[in-house]
Design a protein around this ligand. Structure first.
Ligand code: FAE
Length: 530
């Protein structure tokens, strides 16, 4: 448990904006209760927690991962990417890094012992999904790229959302709270750690393409000190997908720290919500499995609340609601729950550089530049220039291309495993690959370069079987109203990436955060108890 406030029984709860009169009469002793519960502590959950706490509403956040605040025997909270140990991945026996090989050699992944590590890779047919686990969700493992989507594409994806309000109020609010900062362009031009990005820019420009700087929630001043040798290295020490020990403004340092600071928010960890039902009095009852470091369920608990906020992410929230609808615990959920899922059109690929185009032995793990060809209506692509921080010169340029892939998939409930199955096909990934290939064929042609085929296992050139950006499943305006209120149930809300209809054209966490801010502003203003 975190925070100043312990969870209290409903009989002793005090409320300011949200009432709970009906719930107080029927409190079984074994049920822990709060006026509001938030499931998950990623972007959507963290925004909900802060705004509920500031409104004076006692709130419990339930997170299935750990709190990452204790150093291991090496003195570090997170393990090194180059020598990952059990802290790296969520109950795996071997790491499953996105870059699976180098020069076709299996030198990247390591055997590890199963443990509630920080990065998960969830496997479905034809697609696997990387997710952050722990207090802070995806913010613990992501690349910090804090991109606001183009207004025109946001409008296409969210036709019911007021653009002036989004771009005038909620995006700026999200960026401020997340601590978004920009790289000093002069430093970018001179530092060794972004040589790789400058090389990729040169190659893109030779093909007539534009590049753009990308804002970040990694503290660029800290990174400068890393480069100068006056701060402990993190982005410059290959740290990213298994956690950053320094420099990153992850949610535990921003939204969640502020939420705890209100004194009204408590976070429980290593507790996984399994089922949601609605009691006759209108409160929500959650069945929650408490797990230990081996993954064993050591206790099954019940929580109850009047207001339930779902922040388990595209995968977590969608699975909970698909299960609830199909097992009949929330039978009135809309038929669109479980639909509208996409990968943000993402494909990873590498290019082989000429011997004179060195990308450097020290590469910042935090991308700071992208190739922006989204305005090309024939083939819209935004490609982040990604690092490949091997610690030695590898003559590779790596990219995560986000394409305007219109393909969407649905989840179905599998009773045998009590889980949601994703119906994504290889042909749906091929659409993203074709778009990425068009752009990078052009870059290769202009620079007389070729693709790398040694990085993703076999001779795979385009890594199209995993995503960092699972989006959708409970799309805004379909599974919910226009503000994230779940259709069919009152006082049930979604604030996470499941609202985004499969694609947003840029890295998604700023959008998820801003939409959550918009939902919370509306809900706190309107959904008060009688
Ligand atoms: P998320 O952050 O995934 O949080 C969900 C939380 O809920 C997690 O902590 C879960 O453990 C927890 N949870 C789920 N189910 C349950 C349950 N049943 N019971 C209790 N707890 C539960 O969701 N995005 C960017 O914008 N820029 C980047 O540079 C970037 N890089 C990325 C790099 C990597 C390696 C990865 C994996 C992702 C990256 N992303 C990036 C994506 C971004 O992190 C992701 O879109 C957001 O984290 C999604 O936010 P949500 O709030 O939807």
């Amino acid at each position: 448990m975190l925070g100043a406030a312990a969870i209290q029984t409903a009989a002793t709860l005090g409320f300011t904006r949200v009432g709970l009169q009906s719930a107080q009469a029927v409190e079984p002793a074994a049920v822990e209760a709060a006026p509001a519960i938030v499931i998950g502590s990623g972007y959507g959950g963290a925004v909900a927690a802060l705004r509920l706490g500031q409104a004076g509403i006692r709130t419990v956040v339930i997170e299935m991962g750990r709190l990452w605040n204790t150093a291991g025997s090496d003195g570090k909270i997170f393990c090194a990417t180059a020598s990952p140990d059990k802290r790296s991945m969520w109950f795996k026996t071997r790491t499953e890094a996105p870059l699976a090989s180098f020069l076709w050699l299996d030198v990247i992944n390591r055997d590890i012992s199963p443990y509630p590590g920080v990065l998960d890779r969830v496997h479905y047919d034809n697609m696997s999904v990387y997710l952050g686990r722990g207090v802070g969700g995806g913010s613990l493992v992501n690349g910090s790229m804090a991109v606001t989507p183009r207004e025109s594409y946001f409008a296409e994806q969210f036709p019911g959302v007021d653009l002036a309000e989004m771009y005038g109020t909620y995006f700026p609010r999200a960026r401020a709270e997340l601590g978004v900062n920009n790289i000093d362009p002069a430093w970018f031009e001179s530092t060794e750690c972004y040589r790789y990005a400058r090389v990729s820019r040169k190659h893109a420009e030779k093909a007539g393409l534009k590049t753009t700087f990308v804002p970040s929630v990694y503290d660029f001043d800290y990174m400068k000190r890393e480069a100068a040798g006056t701060a402990t290295k993190s982005a410059l020490a290959q740290e990213v997908i298994y956690g950053n020990n320094h420099g990153k403004r992850s949610l535990d340092k921003t939204y969640l720290a502020s939420a705890l600071g209100t004194g009204n928010v408590t976070i429980t960890t290593m507790e996984r919500v399994r089922a949601i039902t609605r009691a006759a009095d209108g409160t929500y009852l959650l069945t929650v499995d408490r797990i230990d470091d081996t993954g064993a369920v050591v206790q099954t608990k019940q929580y109850r609340c009047s207001y339930l906020f779902l922040g388990g992410g595209s995968i977590g929230t969608t699975e909970l609601l698909v299960r609830a609808r199909e097992t009949g615990t929330l039978p009135y959920l809309d038929a669109s729950v479980g639909t509208g899922w996409g990968t943000n059109g993402g494909v990873m690929l590498g290019r082989a550089n000429h011997i004179w185009d060195t990308t450097g032995t020290t590469q910042s793990t935090m991308p700071a530049m992208g190739i922006d060809d989204w305005a090309n209506t024939a083939n819209p692509v935004f490609a982040e220039i990604a690092p490949m921080p091997t610690g030695f010169e590898n003559w590779a340029s790596l990219y995560l291309a986000l394409t305007k892939n219109p393909e969407r998939a649905s989840f179905t409930y599998d009773a045998a495993t009590d889980s949601a199955r994703l119906g994504w096909s290889a042909a749906q990934s091929a659409v993203s690959v074709a778009m990425a290939k068009k752009l990078f064929d052009k870059i290769n042609a202009a620079n007389s370069t070729v693709y790398r085929s040694d990085l993703f296992g076999g001779n795979k050139v385009f890594a199209d079987d995993f995503t960092y950006h699972p989006l959708g499943g409970c799309v805004l305006g379909k599974a919910t109203d226009n503000y994230g209120r779940v259709k069919g149930y009152s006082r049930l809300y979604i604030t996470d990436g499941s609202l985004v209809p499969g694609s947003i054209g840029v890295n998604p966490f700023v959008t998820i955060t801003a939409l959550a801010e918009r939902t919370m502003a509306r809900v706190l203003a309107e959904d008060t108890a009688p």
